[in-house]
Ligand binder design. Sequence first.
Ligand code: ZN
Length: 296
Amino acid sequence: MMETESIPDTALVKALNYGGTFHQSFSSLDADVVLGAKDQTLFRIHSWTLKTTSGWFRSLFSMPQQNPLPNHPEVINLDEDSHTLESLLLMICGLPINPLTSYDEADAMLFAAEKYDMPGPMSLIRVLIMTPPFLDQPLRLYAAATRCGWEEEARHASAQSLALNIYAQEYQPVLRKLHTGAVLDLMNLHRNRREGIRQRLNEQPFVTGSMTASCPRCRWKIDHHTWRELKYRVVMEMDVRPLGDTVVDVGLTEWPEAIACWDARCPNTECTCVLYDKVETLRLIRDCIDGLPKTT
Ligand SMILES: [Zn+2]
């Protein structure tokens, strides 16, 4: 048996009778309840702690009980692994908590905290998943937040998701776990940003789609194909990265479509005036992107 040295002799005897190992921090013989994790680790804990911190245990203990033998309560076997159970019990006992390091861990705890109706651990996890180790996976955050009804965190996650192409294959598994309303809200946000920019680029003060254009200086016939190609590239980019940073910070100065557009001149050799005002167009597109909806 593991950890025998750290368990007092009396507790060890009891542990042998129970057919599992008591957790070091939860082996006090004063405690009147024994919880069993999926992997056989046992946790002694006071029923009062469980009753005051968990709706599920409050209901359980309000049901008529058989009188157990003194100092030998029956084991309540639970579905959680020992790490998840340990993390939850540390929280409800007011002991130093385990650091949360991954979404898999956080999700396992959230499912357990929801199941056992433990608002304390829920509130702690809610704070922890807004800290740095968790902020680089906005879709996992969005999934947890929408499931738990945390609106502010869901909005924050939706804003962070704008840097992602949510239609990419790699995000399908996490999107499948969301409820339909949450997926629709997210897809609408992404789509509305792309459609928003597409619509604005076809309106004044941008050059509109007229086929019979003429040079503003010499009235020579011109066509706006370089502008149309740049618009198309902007919309395509907003589709895969609706945040728009790659459009304004890189694309509009470095894309071949952008360079062609800013180089476009009137074909009249006696005029050759520049067709598009680069600085003003960049400013207008930046303003358009800034004005798009940012969260669900
Ligand atoms: Zn001209």
